[in-house]
Design a protein around this ligand. Structure first.
Ligand SMILES: Nc1ncnc2c1ncn2[C@@H]1O[C@H](COP(=O)(O)OP(=O)(O)O)[C@@H](O)[C@H]1O
Ligand SMILES: [Mg+2]
Length: 425
């Protein structure tokens, strides 16, 4: 039924302007909502990090500093949340304002028509009722647009995260030679950040089965060499070969299957002792675990636990002493029967007696295996074939251990003299 074209025009205009407005500003809150998500992700990252380091934080009295960081992160979440919310509700607010104007206009027109007797009071009420009917769907559309903005910002962030690619490109080769793997560095240059070279023109060759000891001051780049062998970083130039193959051409999985590394810090996972030793590989028999732990002098420790291998460990490593954790990491590596092992200061947290038993065990386990060991105690290196002395990222010396030990002018002989003096003192 047709009542009045002017009022129809006002209502149509109102509807069209509302819809047009919502469409044109529907993306207004998307970026802000993304920032809000980013801020809350940072907050949770901060909380996780601080909980992990709670002992250090409390012991060093840095609680006020940490609380301050926490409050600032909370404030960022609050401010970005408020901003995002305000931007998201703009389309909705805009329709409310438009609607108020439309209702006012319609009422004014209706009252005017009523006063000049063109319509009855009933029709006036009908017009008013019509504007209300129009309002509901538009208000709902406004609400939907808020949800849409949140969803869109979430989608954009997920997309950004999913499109991150590792700088390490996986290779294609899978087949490494059987048995111990040789290692070769050819003119390797490496830096974590472009401005500061960490390794400079590193050249050396290790034949399969040979054992190399790396010594050098803290910060000279020893750990970096070990990380490069596992391809945890891309080198700037040069070639690293393992088993004769450029590691860039190798599938990472194939490399990790044959190369084992023990670092200075050991991660524990929530699970049983067995799971932690085998890293959830169910193919490893208990017998094998016992064999290896026996050799490493850890068996007694396991037997003393009420539930043996089924003992539950909690994540983080708080349930083991630092020395135990290192023995633990060694067991883990030897269970995988690697063809190349990298030990980064494996005995730095052990007492001298434990280190001696451990050394003997490692020697046994290292048969048919190439070894790179980074050591701060020269006594750990008595059985190695080659010695590399690193100084600020360059090789100062590389050669047979015995030859270097006898050559009184060598760096290694000098280090040996120093460590003997320290022992005497
Ligand atoms: N992840 C990293 N990011 C940036 N620089 C690093 C990183 N790790 C180590 N470095 C720097 O590289 C140099 C060599 O470190 P590293 O290989 O750990 O020495 P080392 O094990 O001989 O003590 C140091 O100057 C150190 O500050
Ligand atoms: Mg180191």
């Amino acid at each position: 039924m047709f009542y009045n074209w002017q009022i129809a025009l006002v209502m149509t205009l109102f509807t069209m302007i509302s819809i047009f407005l919502m469409i044109s500003i529907r993306d207004l809150g998307v970026t802000a909502s993304k920032e809000e998500r980013q801020a809350s992700a940072s907050l949770f990252g901060l909380i996780e990090e601080r909980i992990a380091g709670i002992e250090d934080v409390q012991a060093n009295g840095s609680v006020p500093y940490v609380m301050n960081r926490f409050h600032r992160a909370m404030r960022t979440v609050f401010l970005s949340g408020r901003r995002a919310w305000m931007l998201r509700v703009i389309p909705w607010n805009a329709t409310v304002i438009l609607f108020t104007i439309a209702v006012t206009v319609v009422l004014l027109m209706s009252v005017h028509l009523y006063l000049i007797d063109q319509i009855t009071l009933g029709t006036l009420f009908l017009f008013f009722q019509y504007t209300q009917m129009l309002n509901d769907p538009i208000e709902q559309l406004g609400n939907q647009i808020q949800e849409f903005q949140r969803a869109k910002s979430g989608m954009q962030r997920s997309h950004e995260l999913l499109s991150l690619r590792s700088e390490i490109q996986d290779g294609a080769d899978e087949i490494l030679p059987k048995g111990a793997l040789g290692v070769q560095f050819e003119h390797v240059n490496f830096s974590y950040n472009q401005d500061k070279p960490v390794l400079r023109d590193i050249n050396f060759t290790l034949k399969p089965g040979e054992r190399l000891g790396i010594v050098g001051r803290t910060g000279s780049g020893k750990s970096s060499i070990s990380r490069l062998l596992l391809r945890l970083y891309n080198i700037d130039s040069g070639v690293i070969r393992v088993g004769g193959l450029d590691i860039r051409s190798l599938k990472l999985e194939a490399l990790y299957r044959r190369v084992g590394m023990v670092t200075q810090d050991v991660q524990l996972f929530d699970g049983t002792l067995r799971d932690n030793l085998t890293l959830f590989n169910v193919g490893v028999s208990d017998q094998k675990i016992f064999d290896i732990t026996e050799k490493l002098g850890m068996r007694q420790w396991i037997d003393a636990l009420p539930q043996g291998l089924d003992t539950h460990l909690s994540a983080g490593g708080a349930s083991l002493s630092a020395g135990e954790a290192q023995l633990f990491a060694l067991t883990r590596v030897f269970l995988t029967q690697p063809s190349l092992v990298i030990l980064d200061e494996p005995s730095s947290k052990l007492d001298a007696a434990t280190e001696a038993t451990l050394q003997a065990a490692v020697d046994q386990l290292l048969e048919r295996c190439t070894e790179v060991v980074i050591a701060h105690r020269l006594s750990t290196l008595e059985k190695v074939d080659k010695i590399m002395v690193l100084g600020s990222g360059s090789i100062l010396e590389f050669g047979d251990r015995e030859t270097l030990a006898q050559d009184h002018s060598s760096h290694y002989a000098e280090l040996l003299r120093k460590s003997r003096l320290e022992e005497l003192a």
